[in-house]
Design a protein around this ligand. Structure first.
Ligand code: SF4
Length: 172
């Protein structure tokens, strides 16, 4: 199957949210952001500003859509506070690798989990490419929905920037 990537390409954060919560993805895609109220998001921003100060290629923008934390020789690095959302983080980095591959660039992905001081290595395999394409199709479907997907009680809702928004009637 020839996948029409141009029609489906998106930001890395949307891949991450797709695997965390479809409702979160929908809200974010409509510009409804609560992230400025989230302590966790603030911590993450600070981390991105301070991590690897000696690296020159930080926060590299590609095609005005992809923001890669660090490009370091043959590797791209994504910096995360903790590994609580490891599989979503992995899909995000696989997406970066997939995107770069469409541009004829081959890299290895690294995820630096700062709290645990560990690094996960991510390589793009053929099966991952199909998974990314399926996710891109799924993201388009979710973001084109007229209404957001219903609240799903997830173990990490309380830490989510949208918590009060989603649980407004329960919080009062
Ligand atoms: S609070 Fe829960 S349901 Fe609402 S967007 Fe966040 S993760 Fe999704």
């Amino acid at each position: 199957m020839n996948f029409d990537f141009e029609n489906f390409k998106t930001q890395g954060v949307k891949i991450n949210y797709y695997f965390i919560c479809k409702r979160k993805l929908w809200l974010y895609s409509k510009g409804i952001t609560m992230e400025h109220l989230s302590e966790r998001v603030e911590k993450g921003k600070l981390l991105h500003e301070k991590a690897y100060p000696r690296q020159k290629n930080r926060e590299v923008m590609i095609d005005d859509i992809l923001k890669i934390d660090i490009i370091d020789g043959d590797c791209i690095r994504e910096i995360k506070l903790s590994s609580k959302m490891q599989s979503a983080d992995r899909m995000q980095v696989l997406y970066y690798l997939y995107y770069l591959k469409q541009l004829g660039i081959s890299k290895t992905g690294l995820i630096n989990y700062v709290k645990e001081r560990k690094v996960e290595v991510v390589n793009l395999e053929e099966k991952d490419e199909r998974d990314i394409e399926e996710a891109l199709i799924g993201i388009k479907k979710v973001t084109e929905m007229e209404k957001p997907p219903l609240v799903e009680k997830l173990p990490y809702c309380k830490k989510c920037a949208y918590y009060e928004f989603c649980y407004a009637s329960e919080v009062v």
